[in-house]
Each structure stands twice: as C-alpha cells, then as structure tokens.
Design a protein around this ligand. Structure first.
Ligand code: CP
Ligand code: NVA
Length: 308
C-alpha cells in the first residue's frame, strides 16, 4: 500500500476529510478507544518554529493513541546543522512510525515524505496549516451541525498558511469560502485554482475580495489570524499599517449572521487582527477550537497509520 501523507488540505479527498472528522468526533467522545501506536511505537514531532498548541496537542495525542512522542526542536538536531532532509527522513523512518514537522518551506515536507517511508504530517509550513483546519471544522460541526453549504469568511492575511488552508480545506468540505484581504496579500492563484476544482465537485465556492465587509456579510463563521506570521517579524510595522481595515471588531462582526461563530487559530493579538471584546465575547469558540487540535490530530494520525 502507498504510504499516505498530510502535507496540504487537499491531500484528503472530500470523502476522506469527512471520514477523518467523524473519527475526530468519535475520539473526542472516547479518547482512549483507538491504540494504533500501542507498543509503544514512536512518532517524531519536529519544530523549526515556535509552538504551544501544536507541540502539546501532538505530545498528548500520540500518548493517548498508545505511542511515544519524540518532540524536538530542529536546532538540537543534525538537520539543523545542514544534514540533508532526505538522510534525516530515512533515519526517522527506521526509528518511528510517523513524522510530524513544523517548518518553513513546503518542499522540505515533500522531501521528508518522499524519503521517510512512514506517514508525514505538516504541523504548519509557510504555505499551509492543514491540522488546524481539521480542528476548526470539527469545532464548526459541533456548533453548526454540518459544514457543507455554510459561508466562512476569513479576513486579514489571505496569502499566509491559514488563508491557503481555509481556501483548500473549505472547498473540500463544500463550504463557501470568502477571503477578505488587501491586494498583494490574497491567496496564491494556483491554490485558489486547485480549491475551485475541488469546490466544483463539492458544491462549495471560493470568493476573494478586497472588501472586509463584503467578505463577512451574512457569514456563518468569521475567522482571522495574525497579520505577522512566524518568519515575517521584520515586516511588522508595514503589515500592521496595511491590515488595519481588516481587524475583526464588533462592528465588522455585526455584518455576519447574528448567530455567527468566531474562530482564531491562536496565538491572537488583541487590538490588531481581532478586538478583545470579540475574541473574549459570546460568539468566540476559540477554546473549543484549541482543544480540538488534540482530537483532530489523533484522528489524522490514526487514519494515516491504518493505511501505512
Ligand atoms: N494554532 C497553532 O498552531 O498554535 P501554536 O503555534 O501554538 O502551535
Ligand atoms: N499564520 C501563523 C499561524 C500560527 C499558528 C504563523 O504562521 O505564524
């Protein structure tokens, strides 16, 4: 059987995404019901960038599945000193049952997947954050009952990992994804084209606009993310000036459906991309969303291990 990986949101077909989300709900209800890593087998969880939620949720999730999480920062490994990714991948594959990696370039993940011989999971790259989208969609299902046909508005930096993953993962789920982002910060055209191809099969759609109000108008789910992603710290002043109109304030949220929910992958910067009274207000479901990282990631690991 060909080893499956989860490097970007459309690595799961619409039916497979639904299957993983159903498994996530099952694992949330019965946390220790699946033990695919019993032995324990090990999972390497490697970080080139900072993390709180991803680090803890993978460590907890791997342990819940009966396994041993080997959590490392790249700086203490030889790959951090220039050992080729392909060699590192072959070593990981001989010692562990899966590899989870937070990194910069998507092609590094692709090399890891090419040589590891075990499932590789993207724990955030510059281009995508697919594990976060699974957690987000589990959260939306819990609050809205289903995904297909809902309108999701993502406002802010449309060209970052979250923007791309919402476009692809939302189209996969049959949602109407609207991105409100300034020119120059809209999602990559090739990723939008990929999402539109998927949306044509799921009944979803993708709309890109410069107008934050048009993006949010009548939406069921309103989402934002930091304006300054990891690796972009030098551009902070310029970005904060540019994205000012895209802040999710109560005024902007008032354009959404009255029962809209608000998501943010966290960490959040109150007063910048989201107002304190919104993220800390009654429509915010960000703590459910953070918890759901554990359940969603246990599901994708279980699903991939069953096919390895
Ligand atoms: N949302 C998320 O991935 O958080 P961390 O950067 O803390 O892992
Ligand atoms: N876009 C953010 C997400 C953090 C979880 C970043 O890449 O820093």
């Amino acid at each position: 059987m060909t080893v499956r990986h989860f490097l970007r949101d459309d690595d799961l077909s619409p039916a497979e995404q639904a299957e993983v989300l159903a498994l996530a709900a099952e694992l949330k209800a019965e946390p220790y019901s699946r033990r695919p890593l019993a032995g324990p087998q090990s999972v390497v969880v490697l970080f080139d960038k900072s993390s709180t939620r991803t680090r803890v949720s993978f460590a907890v999730g791997v342990a819940d599945l009966g396994g041993n999480p080997v959590v490392m920062d790249t700086g203490v490994t030889q790959v951090g000193r220039g050992e080729p990714i392909a060699d590192t991948a072959r070593v990981f594959g001989r010692m562990a049952s899966a590899v989870v990696w937070r990194t910069y370039a998507q092609d590094g993940l692709e090399q890891m997947a090419q040589y590891a011989g075990v499932p590789v999971v993207n724990a955030l790259s510059d281009d995508f954050h697919p594990c976060q989208i699974l957690a987000d969609w589990l959260t939306v299902i819990e609050h809205k009952g289903a995904l297909a046909g809902l309108t999701v508005a993502y406002v802010g930096d449309g060209a970052n990992n979250m923007g791309h993953s919402y476009v692809l993962g939302g189209a996969t789920a049959g949602m109407h994804v609207r991105v409100g982002a300034p020119e120059g910060f809209q999602p990559d055209a090739a990723i939008v084209a990929d999402a539109e191809r998927v949306a044509a099969t799921t009944g979803g759609s993708v709309t890109i606009t410069k107008d934050p109000v048009a993006a949010v108008e009548g939406a069921d789910v309103v989402i934002t993310d930091t304006w300054v992603s990891m690796g972009q710290e030098d551009e902070k002043a310029e970005r904060v000036a540019l994205f000012g109109d895209y802040s999710v304030t109560s005024e902007l949220l008032a354009h959404a459906a009255s029962n809209a929910i608000v998501l943010h992958c966290l960490p959040a910067y109150r007063g910048l991309e989201i107002a304190a009274d919104v993220i800390d207000g009654p429509q915010s479901v960000v703590w459910d969303e953070a918890e759901n990282r554990v359940h969603a990631q246990k599901a994708i690991l279980t699903w991939l291990l069953e096919r390895a």
